[in-house]
Design a protein around this ligand. Sequence first.
Ligand code: KIV
Length: 304
Amino acid sequence: MSLTTFSTERAGARVGRDTDLPTKVTAPSLLQKKLLRQPITAVTAYDYASARLVDEAGLDVVLVGDSLAMVMQGHENTLAVTMDEMLLYTRGVRRALRRALLVADMPFGSYQTDEREGVANAVRFVKEAGAEAVKLEGGRERKELVRRVVDAEIPVMGHLGLTPQSVHRMGGYKVQGKTMEAIDELRTDALALEDAGCFALVLEGVPRELARIVTEELTIPTIGIGAGPDCDGQILVLHDMMNMAFSNRAKFVRQYADVSGLMREALAEYRRDVEARTFPSDAESYHLSREMRELMGVQAEVVG
Ligand code: KIV
């Protein structure tokens, strides 16, 4: 059982009334940030508690990424996670957010086979989980799908470069856009996605120089991960930056905290306390009233 709830102070202060923070982040407001040259801050989150911390920290975008297949479910890649599972995680995050824009990642197989099905699945994220936008991977081949999802009033975030759902085609997780041909392809894809109506574009695992060119060529903001500092914003997988991913850290990941280290220490201490019977203490216990103790003929326990 958890006794945490939103305080009314928080609920009121975060949206609209806090002078330090802008009001609710929306898909169009990210474009405004690009125009004002204000960096967009984004991170993944998959559950209520961490999403609430992200929101309270004032980040702009929370992505319920399909990376959850790896960091929450222990899969080797992102391919196995299903629509129903993505919806479940997205609902938990929805309940945590007050200010940040909630983007849900369309999982592998939910949009590749049929555009009608892709639109229907995007609608499910909005209707059943409260997402405010969806993200999908791919370039020109997604143009029609992006148009249709946008026509259904759902903002779409594109994703180019190292697209993890193409891991088998790419032959592993490799930096993309290194040859002249690949550079041309990616630039054409980026313009096609913008033309189709995407409101932002994730650039993953591409050379800094290419990310910069694309960022300058597009009107919509680019959000980089392993794409250098010249994008309009940055995104990281929360579990990577907190050392919770149980994998080798990629070059582009900066570790901001050692949460797994803290948890290991805390769990070892808890185990020691339980085994030594020093947890729980008397002060951490509930007690019968004096009258009840007398009635039952039991002594108050005095524990040192
Ligand atoms: O699934 C995910 O976490 C992502 C980010 C890496 C952008 O797509």
